[in-house]
Design a protein around this ligand. Structure first.
Ligand SMILES: NC(=O)c1ccc[n+]([C@@H]2O[C@H](COP(=O)([O-])OP(=O)(O)OC[C@H]3O[C@@H](n4cnc5c(N)ncnc54)[C@H](OP(=O)(O)O)[C@@H]3O)[C@@H](O)[C@H]2O)c1
Length: 284
């Protein structure tokens, strides 16, 4: 049975994810932060559900969570905050406190979770880490402005996730594992959904549709290993990233004997080719 950890699983989209994966037969660990907002998750009666407390702005909470959840196949970082009180808040109206709070939840929080769960992720073949991002995190796609702290902090969150995806891939291969089984970390925009942040907004998608679409993207990225982009719920990329250098060489694990012979060969070359330079990087 697959195990899903949903960070921020007590209400809104996170609560919907919890119910969705339970209905799919998964074991689910869902976290809450504010007990007053969390009765709905405690009302779910299921032996497959474990509910734990975690404030993503608190490193000790995150460490305690990682100590309790060592076998998650999927981790969904759903926790998020708008970081502003008035919609369409422009850059000149934001207080440093609002900006800092958005960064703490939407960027530093996901970074801390990834760093703390790194040893666990490196043991999970085909593991998937999803950062619940937003279409407005895309600078490429920003034609209207507004949402200042939200945009900044989600864009920074995307960047942290991308960097960690590359680091996990490098470490995974260095440890002699197959690229075809590597864990993937990526950012996914749910679109405008009729929950918490998007509730009541004209044109917001029904929750069921958003979850079914995103589930397909998660399956697709988990299998294809195409974590090289900011993904949208509709299975297209909002932003396309370059493929990491480390994946541009054969994906088989490098056996020690092969490693030695390649090192000798590279040592004899006076003018290294591009390919040999990539191999040198991989052998380090
Ligand atoms: N709904 C949309 O249309 C939409 C669109 C684009 C992106 N998103 C993204 O999707 C995610 C869920 O959105 P939503 O609409 O469901 O929002 P929501 O109803 O406001 O839910 C926010 C979630 O984040 C958690 N959270 C906030 N601060 C936290 C902290 N310090 N530590 C741990 N958890 C914390 C909340 O838990 P507590 O209640 O315990 O604080 C809650 O579970 C967010 O990341 C959001 O940016 C949503």
């Amino acid at each position: 049975m697959k195990h899903v950890l949903i960070i921020g699983g007590n209400r809104g989209l996170g609560l919907a994810w919890t119910k969705y994966y339970l209905a799919e037969g998964y074991k689910v660990t869902a976290t809450y932060h504010d007990r007053d907002n969390s009765q709905a998750i405690f009302d779910i009666k299921s032996k497959k559900l474990n509910v734990l407390e975690c404030d993503v702005t608190n490193e000790m909470n995150i460490t305690a969570l990682a100590d309790k959840v060592k076998d998650a196949d999927y981790i969904i970082y759903n926790a998020g905050t708008k970081g502003y009180k008035v919609p369409f808040t422009t850059p000149d109206k934001i207080t440093p406190q609002e900006r800092e709070f958005a960064m703490k939840v939407n960027c530093y929080g996901v970074d801390s979770v990834m760093r703390t769960f790194l040893p666990i992720m490196l043991t999970r073949k085909n593991g998937v880490f999803v950062y619940m991002s937003s279409g407005v995190s895309s600078t490429l796609d920003n034609a209207s402005g507004g949402y200042h702290p939200y945009r900044m902090s989600k864009a920074a969150g995307n960047s942290a996730v991308r960097n960690m995806d590359i680091f996990v891939t490098q470490t995974w291969l260095k440890n002699g594992n197959l690229a075809s089984e590597r864990p993937v970390l990526f950012a996914l925009s749910p679109g405008l959904v009729d929950t918490g942040m998007g509730a009541g907004v004209g044109g917001a998608m029904p929750v069921k549709q958003a979850l079914e679409e995103m589930d397909k993207v998660i399956e697709n990225v988990g299998k294809s290993k195409d974590s090289h982009g900011l993904w949208s719920h509709n299975n297209t990329k909002i932003e396309n990233y370059v493929e990491p250098n480390v994946l541009k060489v054969p994906s088989q694990p490098i056996l020690p004997a092969y490693q030695e012979s390649v090192k000798k060969l590279l040592h004899c070359q006076s003018k290294p080719s591009i390919h040999s330079m990539v191999l040198r990087t991989r052998l380090r």
